[in-house]
Design a protein around this ligand. Structure first.
Ligand SMILES: [Zn+2]
Ligand SMILES: [Zn+2]
Length: 196
C-alpha cells in the first residue's frame, strides 16, 4: 500500500530528524543526519519561552512584513497575536476572548476576534490544532512551510516540526491520488521528552 509506505517513510524520516536535531553532533557523517543549518529543520516550541523583548521584536517584524505586502495588521490583530505569543500553551478562542474582554472597558465582539484569528491563520502567523481547536504561534512565520505538530498529552505543550520531507510526502500523496488538498494539519499525539 502506497500510503502505508509513505507514512512509514515519514515516520522514519521524522524520527531521524528528531534524533539529528537532538544530537550534539549534528554535523557528523551519518547518512541520516541533516544539515543543522537548514532553516526547515525546526524543532522549536510554540514560543512559550520568548521574552517580552523578543515578542515585541517579533511583532515589529510582522508589522513591517504586513506593510510591505499591503496587509492591514490592525490593533486588534496585533493584540490577539501578542496574547497568543504570550500564552505558555495553545490557547482557545474563548480564553482569548476572556483575556481581551478583561483588558478592555468596551464589549469585545466575538466576530471581530474570530476575523483576527482567521487573518493570523491565513497568513501563517499562527496555527490551530485540529484536536483541541487551540491556537499557537508559528515558530517560522516568515517562512512558508508545512509542519507536523507534536502534542504532548501530559503537559499540553506543542512542538512544531517542519521539514521538506513532509511536503514531499504530501505532494506524492496528492499526485498519486489526484487529490486537491485545501488544508492539512498533521498532529502526533504522545508524551514529550520532558514528561517521559
Ligand atoms: Zn509554522
Ligand atoms: Zn510534556
Amino acid at each position: 500500500m502506497i500510503l502505508c509506505d509513505m507514512t512509514q517513510r515519514f515516520i522514519q524520516s521524522t524520527e531521524n530528524s528528531i534524533q539529528s536535531a537532538n544530537s550534539q553532533s549534528a554535523n557528523s557523517q551519518s547518512a541520516n543526519s541533516y544539515d543543522a543549518n537548514c532553516r526547515h529543520l525546526s524543532m522549536s516550541m510554540c514560543m512559550p519561552q520568548m521574552t517580552a523583548e523578543q515578542i515585541e521584536a517579533q511583532i515589529a517584524q510582522i508589522k513591517q512584513d504586513c506593510q510591505a505586502q499591503g496587509l492591514r495588521f490592525t490593533a486588534l490583530r496585533e493584540q490577539v497575536y501578542r496574547l497568543i505569543l504570550l500564552a505558555a500553551h495553545p490557547i482557545g478562542a474563548y480564553e482569548l476572548l476572556d483575556l481581551l474582554q478583561s483588558a478592555s472597558e468596551k464589549v469585545v465582539a466575538p466576530p471581530t476576534v474570530y476575523r483576527s484569528l482567521e487573518f493570523l491563520l491565513r497568513h501563517g502567523l499562527v496555527h490551530q490544532l485540529n484536536s483541541s481547536k487551540a491556537f499557537f504561534a508559528c515558530s517560522q512565520p516568515t517562512d512558508r512551510h508545512v509542519a507536523a505538530f507534536l502534542v504532548c498529552r501530559c503537559c499540553g505543550e506543542v512542538q512544531e516540526f517542519s521539514h521538506p520531507s513532509i511536503q514531499t510526502m504530501l505532494t506524492e500523496v496528492e499526485q498519486s491520488t489526484n487529490f486537491a488538498t485545501q488544508s492539512s494539519i498533521i498532529e502526533l499525539s504522545g508524551i514529550c521528552q520532558r514528561c517521559q
